[in-house]
Design a protein around this ligand. Sequence first.
Ligand code: DNO
Length: 358
Amino acid sequence: MQGGIILKLSFRWYGEEDKVTLGKIRQIPGMHTIVTAVYDVPVGQVWSRESIASLKRQIESNGMHFEVVESIPVHEDIKLGKPSRDQYIENYCENIRRVAQAGVKCICYNFMPVFDWTRTELAHKLPDGSTTLAYYQAQVDIVNPMESDSDLTLPGWDASYSREELRDVVAQYREMTEDMLWDNLKYFLERIIPVSREVGVNMAIHEDDPCWSIFGLPRIITDESNLDRFLKLVDVPNNGITLCTGSLGCSCHNNVVKMAEKYAAMGRIHFVHMRNVAVLPEGEGFEERAHLSSCGSLDMYAIMKALYQNGFDGYIRPDHGRMIWGETGRPGYGLYDRALGATYLNGLWEAVSKGSTA
Ligand code: DNO
């Protein structure tokens, strides 16, 4: 083993239902941590200790660690600042305590109103025959989630909402400005960060994906100045970020290498999602690509080097993969291309660490 910081390589696993099994994941060289969550509990409720213990047992019996949760989702009432938020925040704190007790060190979450990551195509064909996720702004612009007769749903839409409920929750944001969303985020952080500090867990907010407003809903975790503002809301080390290279890098206005350098040096990056995207001309959107730098718009080597040289010692996982070699499965979360991504990340890390210490 060389000196330097060990790469805590991780991989997302969707639990027993996931056809990418732990037995397969453990065969990827250098795999350290499984990133998962309790999936059978509605958003806002407390996770059972048995479910958490069962995840831990399965992961550890496959020779890996259970140190990252992605995600404990934030109930919409918290984002909306409703009176019921206090109970949901209390439940959130209880979940932090429970996963910490099982050995979890980092929790990834997001603060996007209603919609998590959004794409318009799940199987866009690339010239080499693989398929990938893509976001074309023109396709988003013609979808109106407020229209009940539109039957188009996009990935990232919460399938637990009926169309009526979706309309209702989107409508509740109609009067909400970005500043109001910031206030609600601050209220939430002021209550969860002390608990997470106490139990030794790093909180890592995920940037909005894509990093701009969609369907007129406010989105605030989008760029460097907003990340600065976020970190100051509760200015302690365990209030940090998940640096998601694809979410930030899909806007040509974000300099991901600079952000990696700056926030790693501040010790505020606790988790990294490494993914490459091909950014289309301004305003048109982006396509996800293989991890290799030359396959997309991002310099993955420079990002890795920036992390390494600025002392990043958190968790890192290959983010979405394409579907290759005929694989079918959960969009973005097949085995093969993510495993190639993991191997590439291992290679980059070995190169930057040996290059820096030689
Ligand atoms: C998509 C993921 C996101 C992420 C959440 C974090 O593939 O990166 O769904 O898990 O935004 O809360």
